[in-house]
Ligand binder design. Structure first.
Ligand code: WTA
Length: 649
């Protein structure tokens, strides 16, 4: 260790104790006044003007919130702005055109940087090109690419002309892409030729072409040559040629109303179909800019690295929009943490002098498994703040992260939020609140949550219930701005109140901090990615020879979650390796490699109630090596014993 920060023994803290923010961090932080919570409470909803004030509006909002029940909720009504102007033009006007906007770290160790000026030029040229191809405001443009600079260019170019983008995770299959295009009636697709995954070239273009063939209308395809191969282009357009043809052109940013849609994103919900979420321009951008400022403590001079794929909401909010709205340098990284070697992350932090590092607990658990020698060999002293998102972080992983990555000097923010919330909702404020390892934190200023039982009554502190959001928030999606979409709880005292059901089970402690216990619905979070078990089950059942299937989340052996599938073959079909392969191939084709089960257990029957409902909690217990308990509710209790022996093997 060159800076001597990690020489100390592992930090110790009595159970249930809390850790104060390090003074050196507090001295320089953006939000340091503990009264911020009370101030937001007292001034709600006007308090949210502070978030809007981080942006440049071409027309200032008339008010902060219009929540007249009959037409639903509108944040910053009357306000007009453009997201690309907020992420580019204003920083250039402020004299920071030569600052790096995006620093890309490619898979093979190659790097590319773009200053704000260069990003502005590419975005303008591509926006002009999109217009030339007939894209107008409100047309939905689908983006299907790995994390490469061109993806950010395309997002901001869409934003510039008021065309909502819909980024689809590059690991998804052609079918999944086609469903998402069709649901948004999107007929323009920007993709790339391919990328390397663990040394193998993935032919993204073939997936993109297949998706375009299967949507019931004609499409325009634009292709980035990322692999620089000499592909046959046919009537597809080349990204590079579009940029050259429109080089030097500028496109005036299209003024958008605050609640005009900035982007579409799909997430796994409780139904078999992906849920469409549409985020607004003014509300969403204010929310992510404010949380980047208050929670990630970002400033223009910082280098921020959020490791999420841009295909997920975390990438939208904290790789692209939040950091760029604040004029920060944002690191984009393509690939995986151990390719080409397990030192990759620490090299990236050292080389770029990263200030703020925001990642997923699943990554932290992997680093911990590989060993402290990897981070310990690098100078990570540029780091000032660490953050996690996506799933609970257990105490061991938390301390490991704190000691070996943060050198015992960086606060950690454990941030809870969802695709539907747009930005962070629960977290500590790093210069104000004490950290309690493995416990998320309180609702951020201006956010109100509750923990409810199934009737809609608040449960007492310390008891488990469903986490609900009880007041509107700026990053709320369009569907939740419509009054009819709210959940109206009728409590036992007959009062009626608005709430958004998060689907997470949680406990709020006496001090207001919240522990997230897991999902209540049929959603599993694997490596920080949300998957619907129903979608996976449908893909399995579509396999010839399969009668029935149930999918649960279970232990992956490294304190994370893996997909466990229980499959019951049709009579006289043998559950062998060939069938297992077909099951996995079908899941990969329908959803993508991320959803492929890690274990497929064949069984003659699934545990069912007398009314025929599959009781997944027994399967979950088995997958986690726990005692399934009383099986008397089952029609076929013997199946549980049979499955336990099968899984033990
Ligand atoms: C889970 C990702 C515990 C939770 C931003 C939520 C978390 C789902 C945390 C949303 C956290 C997110 N602690 N669990 N800090 N953050 N989750 O939509 O179950 O991909 O409902 O958004 O991830 O996943 P999504």
């Amino acid at each position: 260790m060159s800076d001597g920060r990690n020489d100390t023994a592992v930090s110790q803290l009595p159970a249930d104790d809390a850790l104060s923010p390090p003074p050196a961090f507090v001295d320089q932080a953006n939000v340091t006044d503990p009264k911020v919570y009370d101030a937001f409470d007292a001034e709600w909803p006007t308090c949210w003007r502070r978030a809007a004030d981080l942006l440049t509006w071409t027309h200032e909002p008339e008010t902060v919130l219009d929540d007249d029940d009959s037409d639903g909720v509108r944040w910053f009504p009357g306000g007009r702005l453009n997201a690309s102007e907020n992420c580019l033009d204003r920083h250039i006007e402020a004299g920071r055109k030569n600052q790096t906007a995006i620093q890309w770290e490619g898979k093979l160790g190659e790097t590319r940087a773009k200053t704000y000026q260069e990003l502005y030029q590419d975005v303008n040229a591509f926006a002009a090109g999109l217009r030339d191809l007939g894209v107008e405001a409100d047309d939905v443009v689908t983006l299907f690419m790995p994390v490469i600079p061109e993806l950010v260019v395309a997002m901001l170019a869409c934003a510039r002309i008021g065309a909502p983008h819909s980024v689809v995770f590059a690991g998804f299959s052609a079918d999944a892409l086609a469903t998402r295009m069709e649901r948004a009636e999107s007929d323009v697709l920007v993709t790339c030729d391919g990328y390397y995954r663990r040394g193998n070239a993935v032919d993204l273009l073939r997936k993109a072409d297949n998706a375009c063939l299967s949507v019931p209308y004609s499409t325009t395809e634009i292709v980035v040559d990322h692999l620089d191969g000499d592909q046959f282009f046919g009537d597809r357009h080349r990204y590079r040629e579009i940029l050259t043809a429109h080089d030097g052109e500028t496109v005036d940013p299209v003024e958008r109303a605050s609640d005009d849609v900035l982007f579409y994103i799909y997430t796994s919900g409780t139904t078999g179909e992906p849920t469409q979420v549409r985020h607004t321009t003014g509300g969403y951008l204010s929310h992510v800019a404010w949380t980047s400022h208050a929670v990630l403590d970002l400033e223009a001079r910082d280098t921020h690295w959020c490791t999420a794929d841009i295909g997920w909401i975390t990438g939208h909010s904290y790789v692209v929009y939040g950091p760029l709205a604040l004029g920060t340098t944002t690191v984009l990284y393509e690939g995986t943490p151990d390719e080409p070697e397990k030192t990759r992350f620490w090299k990236i932090i050292e080389r770029n002098a990263v200030d703020v590092f925001y990642t997923a607990p699943t990554a932290v658990r992997a680093f911990m498994k590989w060993g402290a020698e990897y981070p310990d060999a690098y100078d990570l002293s540029s780091l000032r703040l660490l953050g996690t998102v996506g799933e609970p972080i257990d105490e061991t992983a938390w301390w490991w992260f704190y000691d070996h990555v943060g050198g015992g000097e960086c606060p950690i923010v454990d941030t809870w939020w969802q695709t539907e919330t747009g930005g962070m909702m629960l977290s500590t404020l790093p210069a104000i609140d004490a950290m309690r390892p493995s416990i998320v934190g309180r609702p951020l200023p201006g956010i109100e949550v509750g923990v409810h039982d199934s009737l809609g009554d608040e449960v007492p502190r310390g008891e488990t219930g469903q986490l609900v959001v009880t007041k509107p928030w700026p990053g709320q999606p369009k569907s939740l701005c419509d009054g009819t979409a709210w959940d109206r709880a009728h409590t036992t005292d007959d009062s009626e109140h608005w709430r958004y059901l998060t689907g997470d089970s949680a406990v709020q402690h006496d001090d207001g901090y919240v522990s997230i216990l897991g999902r209540l619905d049929d959603v599993v979070t694997v490596a920080g990615q949300r998957l619907g078990t129903t979608e996976i089950e449908s893909a399995i059942v579509a396999t010839t020879g399969v009668a029935e299937a149930a999918v649960v989340g279970g232990d992956d052996g490294v304190q994370g979650t893996a997909v466990h599938a229980y499959v019951s073959p049709e009579a006289n079909v043998v559950g062998d390796d060939e069938l297992r392969q077909h099951v996995c191939d079908n899941v990969e084709a329908a959803i993508g490699p991320v959803a492929v089960p890690t274990t497929v257990t064949f069984t003659t029957a699934l545990p069912k109630t007398r009314s025929g409902k599959i009781l997944r909690r027994y399967l979950e217990a088995i997958a986690n090596g726990e005692d399934p308990g009383d099986t008397s509710a089952l029609r076929n209790p013997e199946v549980v014993g049979e499955l336990e022996t099968l899984v033990d093997n």
